[in-house]
Ligand binder design. Structure first.
Ligand code: OAD
Ligand code: ZN
Length: 245
């Protein structure tokens, strides 16, 4: 079995963090943001992922998110999400995700930090009320607040806005023994700091990504395989080791 050194480290580990990005959901059929065929190719970031863009054209922004919601509603969590959920039974494991698709929770993970919010939540730009909305497609674009009639926005984090639960994410990163960094280009901050934080506090860093990223330079293990394949192999290796104990 490959990844033998990694399995040995995992056998000793107690606290694990998995920092995930769009690449973990790619095999569920949800496009990533960057690269060819990436989401940002069709929609300029400044139009659909900034407050200014939203203020200028809320309808365009909502059409973009409505399309994404339709896609996500059709998608299923994949084996990489599933393995992380199962690993919660063996470890003090937290998923810190940049994804807004909610697939980690659907896969059964309970300890999930959604740094960039959740596409199924709306927030009122007038009264601040946060609600869940699962309509696919949306009934009105742009949707309005059920309480005050104000314009709703997706409760997701746009460029220039603070991420959710940053303090907790930093603390978990400082304390973990192993950090998996799965399917993220590690270009968007503060998420991209977290592997550095973990590494500088002595955690082993395991990157799972098809391509080189800034994390590759200091990661202890670099696995250049699709997330589902890598996570399946790791879980099989772990099960074998647990049974051999
Ligand atoms: P990106 O689209 O920047 O990066 C996706 C990464 O996943 C790339 O490094 C790919 O090489 C890798 N990848 C693709 N398919 C893979 C697979 N099957 N297995 C493993 N790796 C794979 O996505 P993020 O890093 O998540 O934020 O982007 C971060 C943030 O940028 C997003 O949360 C979003 C965007 O701006 C906001 O909208 C606030
Ligand atoms: Zn309102």
């Amino acid at each position: 079995m490959c990844h033998q050194g990694l399995i040995e480290i995992l056998l000793d580990a107690k606290k694990i963090v998995a920092l995930t990005g769009a690449g973990i959901s790619a095999e569920s059929g949800i496009p990533t943001f960057r690269g060819s065929g990436g989401l940002w190719e069709g929609y300029p970031v400044e139009k659909v992922a900034t407050v200014e863009g939203f203020e200028r054209d809320p309808e365009l922004v909502w059409r973009f998110y409505d399309e994404m919601r339709i896609n996500i509603a059709r998608a299923e969590p994949n084996e990489a999400h599933m393995v992380l959920a199962k690993m919660e039974n063996h470890y003090d494991l937290w998923v810190i995700t940049q994804n807004i698709d909610g697939l980690h929770t659907r896969a059964g993970s309970r300890n999930v930090i959604e740094l960039h919010g959740n596409i199924w939540r709306t927030k009122c730009t007038e009264c601040g009320r946060v609600d869940y909305n699962y309509d696919v497609p949306l009934r009105e674009i742009p949707p309005k607040c059920g309480k005050c009639g104000g314009l709703l926005r997706p409760d997701v984090v746009w460029f220039g806005e603070p991420v959710y639960d940053a303090d907790k994410a930093y603390k978990l990163s400082e304390e973990c023994d192993v950090m998996f960094v799965i399917g993220t280009s590690a270009q968007v901050y503060p998420a991209a700091y977290l592997p550095r934080v973990a590494w500088s506090h002595g955690a082993k860093i395991v990157e799972i990504n098809l391509e080189k990223t800034p994390v590759s330079r200091y990661a202890d293990f670099v696995i250049r395989k699709p997330a589902t394949v890598a996570m399946r192999e790791i879980y099989q290796g772990l099960l074998g080791a647990f049974q051999g104990e």
